[in-house]
Design a protein around this ligand. Structure first.
Ligand code: 13P
Ligand code: SF4
Length: 412
């Protein structure tokens, strides 16, 4: 059994997830588990082999080596860890948070020389954009991508924009015809596209604020790449399904008529998260049948019927805070990634906290960050090297920063 998989759990979406990630890093794609149905673009980064002294080390040896390297690097290093990381990684993190908090942490620590980002590729890119030139950002395993982020490529986005601006024309008043909004879970190139075209970035913690920002400046929004976050947010703001056509990038006009696009308020890109699309209303009904007092909280990447049947919806930090505010005896059924749910249950034995999905399904790309990779990058830093650096091309970074800064400045 690999580290990170609780001993009492034998059912996973794919038994290969119980092996160490270097066995799957060689395969094309996102690896076994949650994202097996997703097709990884050929440009998806691969992780090369790391020396056997790391892959064959015991958990205690890796622990000793990580602890020693971290102590040597001291304040020159900040380890950032997303909530979905395994406990074996989270325990070394200087900051643990949702994608918004970790982006802010990278911006707020100019004293660090290096950020080791225990998360996925788009998060490390964002940290590189928001940090300063003398700082480097390192992703311990280059295969830690995000299948949802890969569902919108910059070429597809530019093609969609060209078609849409032809249909919608240019505005003759001070409201733009179309504002591009991208979820944080997207490439730096798409964030830069938004920066260049009067648009903005959002995360799951500020999507409503960001859509309000957009509607102060434009008549419609195109929202990349997560249709569910876009739909759930727009619905909560009073928009109807008819006002939210889906853009399928391989079809002319995204599979819509000109009139549907003219009548649209939010054009939703056809992307989704394979982890969160597993949650269903049937699971919520079962949780309610099993526990009278259950509170159901889900992430907004879940499909709309699931969000509507839940008691609360919000980012990973929202979920953490909702449970922190609970009292002994409370029962929470949670619709998000299993590592966060298991950690919350371990931190709150006085409550019952379980995942809505009875089958353990980690984010298979977050899972790629294993202590062996962390030990490898930290020891390389101690030796004066910068392994696995994530470096966004400066012109892309400058435009992406415009869109990110608009998000950081947008307040409810
Ligand atoms: P948060 O912004 O809530 O951390 O979510 C990021 C993510 O990838 C969820 O799947
Ligand atoms: Fe991407 Fe989903 Fe993993 Fe989040 S949980 S990083 S959206 S694949």
């Amino acid at each position: 059994m690999a580290v990170g998989v609780p001993a009492d759990i034998t059912t996973t979406c794919d038994s290969q997830l119980t092996t160490e990630p270097w066995h799957i890093d060689r395969q094309q794609g996102y690896g076994p588990g949650a994202s097996t149905d997703d097709v990884a673009p050929p440009t998806t980064p691969h992780q090369g082999p790391i020396p056997p002294e790391y892959t064959q080390a015991s958990e205690s040896e890796l622990d000793a080596r990580i602890t020693a390297a971290k102590a040597t690097l001291g304040d020159r290093l900040k380890i950032l860890g997303h909530f979905y990381q395994r406990d074996e990684i989270v325990k070394y993190a200087d900051f643990v948070g949702d994608s918004f908090m970790l982006a802010q942490a990278a911006k707020d620590h100019p004293e660090a020389e290096a950020f080791v980002f225990c998360g996925v590729h788009f998060m490390a890119e964002t940290a590189d954009i928001l940090s300063q030139n003398h700082q480097s950002v390192i992703l311990p395993n280059l295969a830690a991508g995000c299948s949802m982020a890969d569902m919108a490529t910059i070429d597809q986005v530019e093609e969609a924009w060209e078609q849409l601006t032809t249909v919608l024309g240019t505005s003759d008043d001070d409201q733009a015809e179309l504002i591009p909004v991208t979820y944080m879970n997207s490439s730096a190139a798409i964030k830069a596209f938004c920066g260049r075209n009067g648009g903005i970035v959002c995360t799951s913690s500020n999507a409503a604020t960001v859509l309000e920002w957009a509607f102060e400046r434009g008549k419609r929004v195109i929202f990349f790449p997560d249709q569910h976050l876009g739909r759930n947010t727009a619905k909560a703001m009073g928009m109807t399904e008819e006002q939210m056509p889906l853009w399928r990038p391989y079809l002319p006009l995204g599979g819509n008529t000109q009139q549907q696009l003219i009548d649209a308020k939010v054009i939703l890109w056809n992307g989704f998260c394979s982890v969160h699309k597993r949650f269903t209303v049937a699971q919520i009904n079962k949780a309610r049948a099993d526990f009278d007092n259950v509170q159901v909280i889900v992430h907004p990447e879940c499909p709309a019927p699931v969000v509507e049947a839940a008691d609360g919806v919000g980012s990973t930090e929202y979920i953490r805070k909702a449970i922190e505010a609970g009292k002994p005896g409370d029962v929470f059924a949670v619709g998000t990634e299993i590592n966060l749910v298991n950690r919350l249950q371990a931190q709150h034995p006085e409550m019952t906290i379980f995942c809505l999905d009875p089958v353990v399904c980690p984010c298979s790309t977050m899972y790629r960050i294993h202590p062996a990779y962390l030990a490898w990058v930290l020891e390389a830093l101690v030796a004066g090297q910068i392994p696995n650096q994530i470096s966004v091309e400066p012109t892309v970074a400058a435009d992406a920063e415009v869109a990110l800064e608009r998000m950081l400045a947008a307040r409810p």
